[in-house]
Ligand binder design. Structure first.
Ligand SMILES: [Zn+2]
Length: 362
């Protein structure tokens, strides 16, 4: 996935005049495109009035999903991060993070974010499932220019979003982004731990394997060495409230078994394995398609690490209904000799000096 193009991603056009034209083209259609593929009702882009130069989406989560005032929120985040450790996994390039209210999953999410903290990220791409709107076969990008939380504004990478908008699988449904929490919930954690970055928020609809591949293809050219990829997902939703009661005894242990099995599928780095796990067990993983896109992007050259696990049942002491939270980090896969595969020349098992003997070496 990371082409090593270092800095080329999303630089569609750096000419200021041409860039302006590009921006106007994108904004001119409300969200830039009005494509409405036949036979896919509800997935067409919603045409909105041309937004002003600045369009700020203020997160509705403040004050309920996390503290609404900046000082209290910062203290809460400091508490979370003070209880995490850098696991020294290597150069982490991607994460799976949970997306419940901070009371429930903030600590697990902080464990994940801790693994990429202390590094400068130019861009963060967050893939989060759509909980409120049907988006069959599509993902949506917003029409905003900034997202705001109590910790300040985050600029959106409009150039990347415009480039994504050229793909037929990418639509722009502003109303989806206004209400969807799965992307927004990660933002204060990232602001606190990473400082400044540009954001590419992507809300993921209901996909099949082919769709997952198409979305990954659309995102892949935009990702470079300074891009952090995040898939936002909660794991097993257990209990009558979720219509999922596959067992009634040893609930904590069984929930962790479910998560371990889901992680094994993730560890295979194959989107199909994760969808097969869900199909075979009924596991209620809301972000399965978002995680699937992440796996397709990482393209097998990466290794998954189990970072932290928790459940709302443990936190509240009530397992009648429980949601599982898992943080996963991804690093480039190491081979036996300690060199990284798929590195400078993409030759598995070879150092740079050996590249010339590998077919197709560059
Ligand atoms: Zn969810």
């Amino acid at each position: 996935m990371y082409s090593g193009g270092g800095g080329k991603a999303c630089r569609v056009n750096r000419n200021p005049v041409a860039g302006l034209v590009l921006g106007l083209v994108f904004l001119g259609g409300g969200c830039g495109r009005g494509e409405s593929p036949a036979g896919l009702p509800g997935t067409d882009a919603v045409v909105r009035p041309t937004p002003a130069a600045r369009k700020v989406l203020v997160s509705r989560l403040a004050g309920s999903w996390y503290p609404g005032d900046a000082a209290t929120l910062r203290r809460r985040l400091e508490e979370f991060f003070s209880r995490t450790e850098d696991q020294h996994l290597g150069k982490v390039r991607a994460l799976v993070l949970p997306h419940a209210g901070y009371r429930y999953s903030g600590q697990t999410a902080a464990w994940g974010v801790r693994q990429v903290a202390g590094r400068k990220w130019k861009r963060v791409v967050i893939l989060g499932p759509s909980h409120r709107f049907a988006l069959p076969g599509r993902v949506s990008v917003p029409d905003a220019t900034h997202y705001a939380t109590p910790l300040g504004e985050i600029p959106l990478d409009r150039e990347c979003i415009a480039a994504l908008g050229k793909s037929a699988v990418v639509v722009c449904r502003p109303e989806v982004h206004r209400v969807e929490h799965s992307v927004q919930i990660e933002l204060p954690l990232l602001q606190h731990a990473l400082g400044e970055f540009a954001l590419v928020p992507i809300v993921v609809g209901q996909l099949d394997l082919a769709d997952i591949g198409r979305v990954a293809d659309a995102i892949r050219p935009l990702v470079d060495e300074e891009t952090l990829l995040i898939a936002s997902s909660d794991f097993t939703h257990y209990g009558p409230n979720y219509g999922f009661v596959p067992f009634r005894d040893r609930i904590p242990e069984r929930l962790e078994e479910f998560a371990r099995n889901a992680f094994e599928a993730i560890r295979s780095m194959r989107p199909a394995a994760l969808l097969e796990h869900v199909a075979g067990t009924g596991d209620t993983i809301c972000g399965r398609y978002a995680v699937g896109i992440l796996l397709a992007l990482l393209d097998g050259g990466y290794q998954a690490h189990w970072v932290h696990f928790d459940t709302s049942g443990r936190i509240t002491g009530d397992y009648r209904n429980s949601v599982s939270y898992l943080a996963v980090a991804f690093t480039r896969r190491e081979n036996e000799s300690g060199t990284r595969s798929g590195g400078r020349c993409g030759c598995p098992g070879m150092t740079g000096a050996d590249c010339s003997v590998w077919p197709g070496a560059r």
